[in-house]
Design a protein around this ligand. Sequence first.
Ligand SMILES: NC(=O)C1=CN([C@@H]2O[C@H](COP(=O)(O)OP(=O)(O)OC[C@H]3O[C@@H](n4cnc5c(N)ncnc54)[C@H](OP(=O)(O)O)[C@@H]3O)[C@@H](O)[C@H]2O)C=CC1
Ligand SMILES: O=C(O)CCC(=O)C(=O)O
Ligand SMILES: [Mg+2]
Length: 420
Amino acid sequence: MTNKIVVENGVLNVPNNPVIPFIEGDGIGPDIWAAASRVIDAAVEKAYNGEKKIEWLEVLAGQKAFDKTGEWLPQDTLDKINEYLIAIKGPLTTPIGGGIRSLNVALRQQLDLYVCLRPVRHFDGVPSPVKRPEDVEMVIFRENTEDIYAGIEYAEGSPEVKKVIDFLQNEMGVKNIRFPETSGIGIKPVSKEGTERLVRSAIDYAIKHNKPSVTLVHKGNIMKFTEGGFKQWGYDLAEREYGDKVFTWAQYDKIKEADGEAAANQAQADAEAAGKIIVKDSIADIFLQQILTRPNEFDVVATMNLNGDYISDALAAQVGGIGIAPGANINYVTGHAIFEATHGTAPKYAGLDKVNPSSVLLSGVLMLEHLGWQEAADLVTNSVEKTISSKVVTYDFARLMDGAKEVKCSEFADELIKNL
Ligand SMILES: NC(=O)C1=CN([C@@H]2O[C@H](COP(=O)(O)OP(=O)(O)OC[C@H]3O[C@@H](n4cnc5c(N)ncnc54)[C@H](OP(=O)(O)O)[C@@H]3O)[C@@H](O)[C@H]2O)C=CC1
Ligand SMILES: O=C(O)CCC(=O)C(=O)O
Ligand SMILES: [Mg+2]
Protein backbone atom coordinates (compact mmCIF):
# COMPACT_ATOMS: atom_id res chain seq x y z
CA MET A 1 0.00 0.00 0.00
CA THR A 2 1.19 3.47 -0.84
CA ASN A 3 1.91 5.80 2.04
CA LYS A 4 0.20 8.79 0.47
CA ILE A 5 -3.03 10.21 1.85
CA VAL A 6 -5.53 10.55 -0.98
CA VAL A 7 -9.07 11.81 -1.42
CA GLU A 8 -11.52 9.38 -3.00
CA ASN A 9 -15.07 10.55 -3.68
CA GLY A 10 -14.60 13.33 -1.16
CA VAL A 11 -13.38 10.95 1.56
CA LEU A 12 -9.82 10.86 2.91
CA ASN A 13 -8.06 7.55 2.51
CA VAL A 14 -5.30 7.39 5.12
CA PRO A 15 -2.71 4.61 5.08
CA ASN A 16 -1.16 3.35 8.33
CA ASN A 17 2.15 5.09 7.60
CA PRO A 18 1.16 8.34 5.93
CA VAL A 19 3.84 10.74 4.77
CA ILE A 20 3.04 14.13 6.29
CA PRO A 21 5.13 17.15 5.32
CA PHE A 22 5.99 19.55 8.14
CA ILE A 23 7.44 23.05 8.24
CA GLU A 24 9.34 23.55 11.46
CA GLY A 25 8.87 27.32 11.45
CA ASP A 26 10.94 30.33 12.47
CA GLY A 27 11.65 31.85 15.89
CA ILE A 28 10.11 29.54 18.49
CA GLY A 29 9.16 27.11 15.69
CA PRO A 30 12.00 24.58 16.24
CA ASP A 31 11.31 24.39 20.01
CA ILE A 32 7.56 23.91 19.77
CA TRP A 33 7.75 21.57 16.79
CA ALA A 34 10.31 19.30 18.49
CA ALA A 35 8.10 19.13 21.58
CA ALA A 36 4.78 18.70 19.78
CA SER A 37 5.95 16.09 17.28
CA ARG A 38 7.35 13.93 20.09
CA VAL A 39 3.98 13.99 21.85
CA ILE A 40 2.05 13.24 18.64
CA ASP A 41 4.34 10.31 17.82
CA ALA A 42 4.04 8.89 21.33
CA ALA A 43 0.24 9.18 21.25
CA VAL A 44 -0.01 7.44 17.88
CA GLU A 45 2.32 4.68 19.07
CA LYS A 46 0.30 4.17 22.25
CA ALA A 47 -3.12 4.34 20.54
CA TYR A 48 -2.30 1.81 17.81
CA ASN A 49 0.48 -0.31 19.37
CA GLY A 50 2.86 0.63 16.59
CA GLU A 51 0.44 -0.35 13.81
CA LYS A 52 0.21 3.25 12.69
CA LYS A 53 3.04 5.76 12.48
CA ILE A 54 3.41 9.12 10.76
CA GLU A 55 6.36 9.42 8.38
CA TRP A 56 7.33 13.05 8.82
CA LEU A 57 8.78 14.76 5.75
CA GLU A 58 10.47 18.09 6.35
CA VAL A 59 9.72 20.79 3.80
CA LEU A 60 11.25 24.23 3.95
CA ALA A 61 9.77 27.69 4.26
CA GLY A 62 10.82 30.93 5.92
CA GLN A 63 14.31 31.68 7.19
CA LYS A 64 15.49 28.07 7.06
CA ALA A 65 14.40 27.82 3.42
CA PHE A 66 16.08 31.10 2.57
CA ASP A 67 19.34 30.07 4.23
CA LYS A 68 19.39 26.72 2.42
CA THR A 69 17.89 27.55 -0.98
CA GLY A 70 17.86 31.34 -1.34
CA GLU A 71 14.05 31.26 -1.51
CA TRP A 72 11.54 32.01 1.22
CA LEU A 73 8.86 29.67 -0.11
CA PRO A 74 10.42 27.12 -2.49
CA GLN A 75 8.22 25.63 -5.20
CA ASP A 76 9.25 22.18 -3.95
CA THR A 77 7.46 22.88 -0.65
CA LEU A 78 4.21 23.76 -2.42
CA ASP A 79 4.59 20.73 -4.70
CA LYS A 80 5.12 18.37 -1.76
CA ILE A 81 2.11 19.69 0.16
CA ASN A 82 0.09 19.46 -3.04
CA GLU A 83 1.18 15.87 -3.47
CA TYR A 84 0.78 14.65 0.12
CA LEU A 85 -2.43 16.64 0.79
CA ILE A 86 -2.05 17.16 4.55
CA ALA A 87 0.73 19.16 6.23
CA ILE A 88 1.49 20.86 9.53
CA LYS A 89 3.57 23.94 10.22
CA GLY A 90 5.07 26.13 12.89
CA PRO A 91 4.92 29.93 12.65
CA LEU A 92 6.78 31.82 9.93
CA THR A 93 8.24 35.31 10.02
CA THR A 94 7.49 37.38 7.02
CA PRO A 95 10.68 38.63 5.37
CA ILE A 96 10.83 42.39 5.16
CA GLY A 97 11.21 43.40 1.52
CA GLY A 98 11.26 39.75 0.44
CA GLY A 99 8.58 40.28 -2.20
CA ILE A 100 6.10 38.14 -0.29
CA ARG A 101 3.68 39.93 2.00
CA SER A 102 3.20 37.01 4.37
CA LEU A 103 4.47 33.48 3.87
CA ASN A 104 1.56 32.14 5.90
CA VAL A 105 -0.96 33.97 3.77
CA ALA A 106 0.90 32.94 0.59
CA LEU A 107 0.69 29.25 1.56
CA ARG A 108 -3.04 29.54 2.22
CA GLN A 109 -3.71 31.40 -1.01
CA GLN A 110 -1.51 29.33 -3.29
CA LEU A 111 -3.11 26.09 -2.12
CA ASP A 112 -6.56 27.75 -2.01
CA LEU A 113 -7.10 26.68 1.61
CA TYR A 114 -10.24 28.74 1.89
CA VAL A 115 -11.26 27.85 5.45
CA CYS A 116 -9.19 28.91 8.42
CA LEU A 117 -10.68 26.78 11.18
CA ARG A 118 -9.92 27.87 14.72
CA PRO A 119 -11.78 26.06 17.51
CA VAL A 120 -11.69 27.78 20.90
CA ARG A 121 -12.38 25.91 24.12
CA HIS A 122 -11.24 26.10 27.70
CA PHE A 123 -9.12 23.47 29.43
CA ASP A 124 -9.84 23.04 33.12
CA GLY A 125 -7.30 24.88 35.23
CA VAL A 126 -5.99 27.18 32.49
CA PRO A 127 -5.78 30.72 33.87
CA SER A 128 -8.13 33.17 32.16
CA PRO A 129 -8.96 36.88 32.46
CA VAL A 130 -12.72 36.16 32.40
CA LYS A 131 -14.98 34.76 35.12
CA ARG A 132 -16.42 31.82 33.21
CA PRO A 133 -13.95 30.74 30.54
CA GLU A 134 -15.77 27.40 30.32
CA ASP A 135 -18.64 29.25 28.58
CA VAL A 136 -16.36 29.91 25.62
CA GLU A 137 -16.83 27.09 23.18
CA MET A 138 -16.74 28.42 19.66
CA VAL A 139 -15.43 27.32 16.33
CA ILE A 140 -14.29 30.09 14.03
CA PHE A 141 -14.55 29.71 10.27
CA ARG A 142 -12.37 32.51 8.93
CA GLU A 143 -12.37 33.10 5.16
CA ASN A 144 -8.78 32.60 4.17
CA THR A 145 -8.26 33.78 0.58
CA GLU A 146 -9.96 37.16 0.12
CA ASP A 147 -10.55 40.49 1.85
CA ILE A 148 -7.64 42.84 2.42
CA TYR A 149 -5.38 39.76 2.67
CA ALA A 150 -5.50 39.60 -1.13
CA GLY A 151 -2.68 42.13 -0.79
CA ILE A 152 -3.96 44.69 -3.31
CA GLU A 153 -2.40 47.76 -1.78
CA TYR A 154 -0.53 50.74 -3.16
CA ALA A 155 2.01 52.78 -1.23
CA GLU A 156 1.64 56.47 -0.53
CA GLY A 157 3.58 58.53 -3.07
CA SER A 158 4.00 55.73 -5.63
CA PRO A 159 3.10 56.12 -9.32
CA GLU A 160 0.64 53.22 -8.82
CA VAL A 161 -1.31 54.95 -6.06
CA LYS A 162 -1.46 58.10 -8.15
CA LYS A 163 -2.96 56.11 -11.01
CA VAL A 164 -5.54 54.47 -8.73
CA ILE A 165 -6.51 57.79 -7.12
CA ASP A 166 -6.75 59.51 -10.53
CA PHE A 167 -9.02 56.69 -11.71
CA LEU A 168 -11.23 56.91 -8.64
CA GLN A 169 -11.52 60.69 -8.81
CA ASN A 170 -11.77 61.19 -12.56
CA GLU A 171 -13.58 58.10 -13.77
CA MET A 172 -15.59 57.01 -10.74
CA GLY A 173 -16.48 60.45 -9.44
CA VAL A 174 -15.04 59.76 -5.98
CA LYS A 175 -14.86 62.99 -4.00
CA ASN A 176 -14.16 61.87 -0.47
CA ILE A 177 -10.56 60.77 -0.38
CA ARG A 178 -9.63 63.12 2.43
CA PHE A 179 -5.92 63.59 1.60
CA PRO A 180 -5.40 62.35 -1.98
CA GLU A 181 -1.81 63.55 -2.24
CA THR A 182 -0.66 61.53 0.76
CA SER A 183 -2.91 58.44 0.81
CA GLY A 184 -1.98 54.83 0.50
CA ILE A 185 -4.82 52.75 -0.98
CA GLY A 186 -5.94 49.20 -0.18
CA ILE A 187 -8.59 47.20 -2.00
CA LYS A 188 -10.89 44.70 -0.32
CA PRO A 189 -12.33 42.03 -2.63
CA VAL A 190 -15.10 39.90 -1.07
CA SER A 191 -16.99 37.61 -3.43
CA LYS A 192 -20.24 35.71 -3.42
CA GLU A 193 -18.38 32.50 -4.38
CA GLY A 194 -15.79 32.91 -1.64
CA THR A 195 -18.49 33.67 0.93
CA GLU A 196 -20.66 30.75 -0.12
CA ARG A 197 -17.95 28.11 0.15
CA LEU A 198 -16.94 29.43 3.57
CA VAL A 199 -20.49 29.65 4.96
CA ARG A 200 -21.34 26.24 3.49
CA SER A 201 -18.37 24.74 5.37
CA ALA A 202 -19.50 26.42 8.58
CA ILE A 203 -23.07 25.14 8.31
CA ASP A 204 -21.88 21.64 7.36
CA TYR A 205 -19.69 21.69 10.47
CA ALA A 206 -22.61 22.83 12.65
CA ILE A 207 -24.77 20.00 11.30
CA LYS A 208 -22.06 17.38 11.76
CA HIS A 209 -21.22 18.47 15.30
CA ASN A 210 -24.75 19.30 16.49
CA LYS A 211 -24.03 22.96 17.06
CA PRO A 212 -27.16 25.06 17.65
CA SER A 213 -26.11 28.23 15.81
CA VAL A 214 -23.94 29.77 13.12
CA THR A 215 -23.22 33.51 13.46
CA LEU A 216 -22.14 35.56 10.45
CA VAL A 217 -19.86 38.30 11.78
CA HIS A 218 -19.44 41.36 9.56
CA LYS A 219 -19.25 45.13 9.47
CA GLY A 220 -21.88 45.39 6.74
CA ASN A 221 -23.41 48.55 8.11
CA ILE A 222 -20.32 50.42 6.91
CA MET A 223 -18.84 48.21 4.15
CA LYS A 224 -22.14 47.45 2.47
CA PHE A 225 -21.00 45.66 -0.67
CA THR A 226 -18.18 43.61 0.85
CA GLU A 227 -19.04 42.79 4.47
CA GLY A 228 -22.74 43.52 3.84
CA GLY A 229 -22.56 41.23 0.82
CA PHE A 230 -21.03 38.51 3.00
CA LYS A 231 -24.01 38.68 5.37
CA GLN A 232 -26.62 38.67 2.60
CA TRP A 233 -24.97 35.89 0.55
CA GLY A 234 -24.55 33.86 3.74
CA TYR A 235 -28.25 34.11 4.60
CA ASP A 236 -29.29 33.41 1.00
CA LEU A 237 -27.10 30.31 0.85
CA ALA A 238 -28.36 29.02 4.21
CA GLU A 239 -31.99 29.30 3.07
CA ARG A 240 -31.36 27.98 -0.44
CA GLU A 241 -29.15 24.98 0.38
CA TYR A 242 -30.19 24.07 3.93
CA GLY A 243 -33.90 25.06 3.86
CA ASP A 244 -35.27 22.44 6.27
CA LYS A 245 -32.22 22.34 8.54
CA VAL A 246 -31.87 26.03 9.40
CA PHE A 247 -33.85 29.05 10.55
CA THR A 248 -32.26 32.40 9.71
CA TRP A 249 -32.62 35.83 11.25
CA ALA A 250 -33.44 37.04 7.73
CA GLN A 251 -36.50 34.77 7.90
CA TYR A 252 -37.21 36.06 11.40
CA ASP A 253 -37.22 39.64 10.09
CA LYS A 254 -39.61 38.76 7.27
CA ILE A 255 -42.07 37.09 9.68
CA LYS A 256 -41.78 40.03 12.08
CA GLU A 257 -42.58 42.49 9.31
CA ALA A 258 -45.58 40.49 8.09
CA ASP A 259 -47.03 39.11 11.33
CA GLY A 260 -45.37 40.89 14.22
CA GLU A 261 -42.65 40.17 16.77
CA ALA A 262 -44.56 37.54 18.74
CA ALA A 263 -45.04 35.45 15.60
CA ALA A 264 -41.34 35.78 14.72
CA ASN A 265 -40.30 34.76 18.24
CA GLN A 266 -42.64 31.79 18.06
CA ALA A 267 -41.21 30.74 14.67
CA GLN A 268 -37.68 30.83 16.06
CA ALA A 269 -38.70 28.92 19.20
CA ASP A 270 -40.39 26.28 17.01
CA ALA A 271 -37.25 26.02 14.86
CA GLU A 272 -35.05 25.59 17.94
CA ALA A 273 -37.40 22.95 19.35
CA ALA A 274 -37.21 21.11 16.02
CA GLY A 275 -33.40 21.08 16.29
CA LYS A 276 -32.83 23.51 13.41
CA ILE A 277 -29.64 25.50 13.33
CA ILE A 278 -30.20 29.21 13.93
CA VAL A 279 -28.22 31.21 11.38
CA LYS A 280 -27.84 34.72 12.75
CA ASP A 281 -25.52 37.66 12.31
CA SER A 282 -23.64 40.11 14.47
CA ILE A 283 -21.84 43.32 13.62
CA ALA A 284 -18.15 42.88 14.39
CA ASP A 285 -17.74 45.58 17.04
CA ILE A 286 -20.64 44.50 19.23
CA PHE A 287 -19.65 40.88 18.64
CA LEU A 288 -16.31 41.58 20.31
CA GLN A 289 -18.21 42.85 23.35
CA GLN A 290 -20.70 39.99 23.38
CA ILE A 291 -18.09 37.23 23.24
CA LEU A 292 -16.95 38.64 26.58
CA THR A 293 -20.33 39.31 28.15
CA ARG A 294 -22.36 36.34 26.86
CA PRO A 295 -20.12 33.85 25.10
CA ASN A 296 -22.53 30.95 25.50
CA GLU A 297 -24.78 32.49 22.82
CA PHE A 298 -22.23 31.73 20.11
CA ASP A 299 -21.20 28.38 18.66
CA VAL A 300 -19.96 28.38 15.08
CA VAL A 301 -18.74 31.75 13.79
CA ALA A 302 -18.32 32.49 10.08
CA THR A 303 -16.48 35.64 9.12
CA MET A 304 -14.11 37.31 6.71
CA ASN A 305 -10.35 37.23 6.84
CA LEU A 306 -9.46 40.34 8.87
CA ASN A 307 -12.34 40.00 11.36
CA GLY A 308 -11.38 36.36 11.81
CA ASP A 309 -7.77 37.25 12.53
CA TYR A 310 -8.80 39.68 15.29
CA ILE A 311 -11.56 37.46 16.68
CA SER A 312 -9.37 34.37 16.93
CA ASP A 313 -6.71 36.11 19.05
CA ALA A 314 -9.36 37.84 21.19
CA LEU A 315 -11.16 34.56 21.86
CA ALA A 316 -7.88 32.75 22.49
CA ALA A 317 -7.12 35.29 25.22
CA GLN A 318 -10.36 34.32 27.00
CA VAL A 319 -9.30 30.68 27.30
CA GLY A 320 -5.63 31.10 28.16
CA GLY A 321 -3.97 32.86 25.23
CA ILE A 322 -2.55 32.09 21.83
CA GLY A 323 -0.04 29.67 23.34
CA ILE A 324 -2.86 27.11 23.45
CA ALA A 325 -5.01 28.07 20.44
CA PRO A 326 -4.94 25.64 17.51
CA GLY A 327 -5.83 26.15 13.87
CA ALA A 328 -6.16 24.55 10.46
CA ASN A 329 -6.33 25.82 6.89
CA ILE A 330 -8.52 23.60 4.77
CA ASN A 331 -9.90 23.19 1.28
CA TYR A 332 -12.81 20.81 1.80
CA VAL A 333 -13.13 20.18 -1.96
CA THR A 334 -9.56 19.17 -2.84
CA GLY A 335 -8.82 17.77 0.63
CA HIS A 336 -5.70 19.90 1.07
CA ALA A 337 -5.06 21.08 4.61
CA ILE A 338 -2.27 22.72 6.58
CA PHE A 339 -2.58 22.59 10.35
CA GLU A 340 -0.84 25.42 12.17
CA ALA A 341 -0.43 27.29 15.43
CA THR A 342 -2.40 30.54 15.56
CA HIS A 343 0.43 32.50 17.15
CA GLY A 344 3.54 33.91 15.48
CA THR A 345 7.25 33.34 15.84
CA ALA A 346 7.60 35.20 19.19
CA PRO A 347 11.22 36.13 18.32
CA LYS A 348 12.18 37.18 21.85
CA TYR A 349 11.72 33.58 23.01
CA ALA A 350 13.45 31.92 20.04
CA GLY A 351 15.79 29.10 21.07
CA LEU A 352 15.07 29.49 24.80
CA ASP A 353 13.10 26.23 25.10
CA LYS A 354 10.56 28.25 27.03
CA VAL A 355 7.24 28.74 25.29
CA ASN A 356 4.06 26.71 25.32
CA PRO A 357 3.96 24.10 22.54
CA SER A 358 0.21 23.52 22.99
CA SER A 359 -0.93 25.61 20.04
CA VAL A 360 0.95 23.57 17.45
CA LEU A 361 0.31 20.38 19.45
CA LEU A 362 -3.45 20.93 19.52
CA SER A 363 -3.27 21.78 15.82
CA GLY A 364 -1.76 18.29 15.56
CA VAL A 365 -4.80 16.98 17.46
CA LEU A 366 -7.05 18.63 14.86
CA MET A 367 -4.93 16.91 12.22
CA LEU A 368 -5.27 13.49 13.88
CA GLU A 369 -9.04 13.99 14.08
CA HIS A 370 -9.07 15.03 10.42
CA LEU A 371 -7.24 11.79 9.57
CA GLY A 372 -9.79 9.79 11.55
CA TRP A 373 -7.20 8.88 14.20
CA GLN A 374 -9.53 9.90 17.00
CA GLU A 375 -7.99 7.54 19.60
CA ALA A 376 -4.58 9.22 19.30
CA ALA A 377 -6.21 12.67 19.27
CA ASP A 378 -8.10 11.88 22.49
CA LEU A 379 -4.95 10.64 24.21
CA VAL A 380 -3.24 13.99 23.56
CA THR A 381 -6.28 16.06 24.60
CA ASN A 382 -6.66 14.10 27.83
CA SER A 383 -2.98 14.42 28.56
CA VAL A 384 -3.08 18.20 28.06
CA GLU A 385 -6.03 18.37 30.48
CA LYS A 386 -4.30 16.17 33.04
CA THR A 387 -0.95 17.96 32.82
CA ILE A 388 -2.45 21.43 33.18
CA SER A 389 -4.66 20.29 36.06
CA SER A 390 -1.51 19.05 37.82
CA LYS A 391 -0.15 22.61 37.46
CA VAL A 392 2.96 21.61 35.56
CA VAL A 393 3.00 24.31 32.92
CA THR A 394 5.13 26.63 30.77
CA TYR A 395 5.89 30.25 31.74
CA ASP A 396 2.77 31.74 30.15
CA PHE A 397 0.44 29.81 32.45
CA ALA A 398 2.82 29.67 35.42
CA ARG A 399 2.87 33.47 35.70
CA LEU A 400 -0.92 33.48 36.10
CA MET A 401 -1.40 30.39 38.29
CA ASP A 402 -0.96 30.00 42.02
CA GLY A 403 1.25 27.11 43.04
CA ALA A 404 2.29 26.16 39.52
CA LYS A 405 5.55 24.45 38.64
CA GLU A 406 7.11 26.22 35.65
CA VAL A 407 8.81 23.88 33.19
CA LYS A 408 10.58 24.33 29.87
CA CYS A 409 8.89 23.66 26.54
CA SER A 410 10.68 20.30 26.19
CA GLU A 411 9.96 19.35 29.82
CA PHE A 412 6.28 20.11 29.29
CA ALA A 413 6.38 17.65 26.37
CA ASP A 414 8.03 15.02 28.64
CA GLU A 415 5.23 15.52 31.16
CA LEU A 416 2.58 15.23 28.44
CA ILE A 417 4.09 11.98 27.23
CA LYS A 418 4.14 10.64 30.78
CA ASN A 419 0.45 11.52 31.14
CA LEU A 420 -0.71 10.01 27.83
N1 LIG B 1 0.68 31.90 11.34
C1 LIG B 1 1.84 32.45 11.55
O1 LIG B 1 2.87 31.87 11.24
C2 LIG B 1 1.90 33.79 12.18
C3 LIG B 1 3.05 34.51 12.07
N2 LIG B 1 3.16 35.73 12.67
C4 LIG B 1 4.45 36.42 12.55
O2 LIG B 1 5.16 36.27 13.79
C5 LIG B 1 6.04 37.38 14.01
C6 LIG B 1 5.88 37.89 15.44
O3 LIG B 1 4.56 38.40 15.64
P1 LIG B 1 3.99 38.94 17.02
O4 LIG B 1 3.00 39.95 16.68
O5 LIG B 1 5.10 39.24 17.95
O6 LIG B 1 3.12 37.75 17.59
P2 LIG B 1 3.53 36.35 18.26
O7 LIG B 1 2.31 35.53 18.23
O8 LIG B 1 4.73 35.79 17.65
O9 LIG B 1 3.91 36.72 19.77
C7 LIG B 1 3.20 37.62 20.56
C8 LIG B 1 3.19 37.19 22.02
O10 LIG B 1 2.29 36.10 22.18
C9 LIG B 1 2.75 35.23 23.17
N3 LIG B 1 3.03 33.92 22.55
C10 LIG B 1 3.18 33.62 21.25
N4 LIG B 1 3.41 32.31 21.08
C11 LIG B 1 3.42 31.76 22.31
C12 LIG B 1 3.60 30.44 22.80
N5 LIG B 1 3.82 29.41 21.99
N6 LIG B 1 3.56 30.25 24.13
C13 LIG B 1 3.32 31.26 24.97
N7 LIG B 1 3.13 32.53 24.57
C14 LIG B 1 3.17 32.77 23.25
C15 LIG B 1 3.99 35.86 23.76
O11 LIG B 1 3.49 36.70 24.78
P3 LIG B 1 4.26 37.31 26.04
O12 LIG B 1 5.19 38.34 25.48
O13 LIG B 1 3.15 37.89 26.84
O14 LIG B 1 4.97 36.22 26.76
C16 LIG B 1 4.50 36.67 22.57
O15 LIG B 1 5.37 37.69 22.94
C17 LIG B 1 5.68 38.40 12.92
O16 LIG B 1 6.66 38.28 11.91
C18 LIG B 1 4.33 37.93 12.39
O17 LIG B 1 4.15 38.31 11.07
C19 LIG B 1 2.14 36.25 13.43
C20 LIG B 1 0.97 35.55 13.57
C21 LIG B 1 0.74 34.28 12.93
O1 LIG C 1 1.31 35.78 8.48
C1 LIG C 1 1.32 36.60 9.36
O2 LIG C 1 2.30 37.29 9.64
C2 LIG C 1 0.10 36.84 10.20
C3 LIG C 1 -0.93 35.76 10.12
C4 LIG C 1 -1.86 35.80 11.26
O3 LIG C 1 -1.85 36.70 12.08
C5 LIG C 1 -2.81 34.71 11.46
O4 LIG C 1 -2.90 33.83 10.62
O5 LIG C 1 -3.52 34.72 12.47
MG1 LIG D 1 -3.34 36.36 13.66
